[in-house]
Design a protein around this ligand. Structure first.
Ligand code: SF4
Length: 174
């Protein structure tokens, strides 16, 4: 696989479900996690997506004011190319990047390639989708076992620090 290319299942503009605020979600094809009950089985084969040059993806996902989310599929499968894209986003825009992965934060730390991509992103939603922990209307997650992690703070403090915004903080106070 060339690292000039990304296999893209879809690009959804102005969504509010894949992270805080309005975002452009880049759906990467390919997944090797195979969670039972996955809603995105059609993305499991990497070649189900269409190949796009990184520059082309960059133009498409940064054209509007929205922030960016890498989701799939399993974005870590295309970590090498996504690092190039994430660097371009960080060097040329002030957008933040959320990334979803079926791997846990701890698993990502143990893989140099995945860790490199993680370091270019701001927030990680981690872990497999688990049907047993499915709940309707949980913000930004499919099941309650998944965590929303503040990447910079977690790397800095060497422990998992959950992401929160004002609304979350209010919830935690209840
Ligand atoms: S990681 Fe995501 S795309 Fe992959 S099997 Fe699990 S839910 Fe489906």
């Amino acid at each position: 696989m060339s690292n000039n290319v990304l296999y893209v299942a879809d690009i959804i503009e102005s969504t509010i479900v894949d992270g805080i605020g309005f975002r452009t979600s880049l759906y990467l094809s390919g997944c090797d996690i195979c969670c039972e009950g996955c809603h995105n089985k059609k993305f499991w084969d990497i070649y189900s997506g269409h190949p796009m040059k990184i520059d082309e993806v960059f133009e498409k996902i940064t054209v509007s004011f929205t922030n960016v989310t890498f989701i799939g599929g399993e974005p870590m499968l295309q970590a090498e190319s996504l690092v190039v894209l994430a660097e371009k986003i960080k060097n040329n825009t002030n957008k933040d990047i959320w990334i979803y992965s079926g791997h846990t934060y701890e698993e990502i730390l143990n893989n140099k390639l995945y860790l490199n991509l993680l370091k270019h992103c701001d927030v990680l939603v981690d872990g497999k989708y688990d049907e047993k922990f499915f709940q309707n209307n949980i913000r930004f997650k499919g099941s309650t076992n998944q965590r929303i992690i503040d990447i910079n703070k977690s790397l800095e403090k060497n422990k998992v620090v959950l992401w929160s915004d004002e609304e979350d903080s209010l919830c935690y106070n209840h």
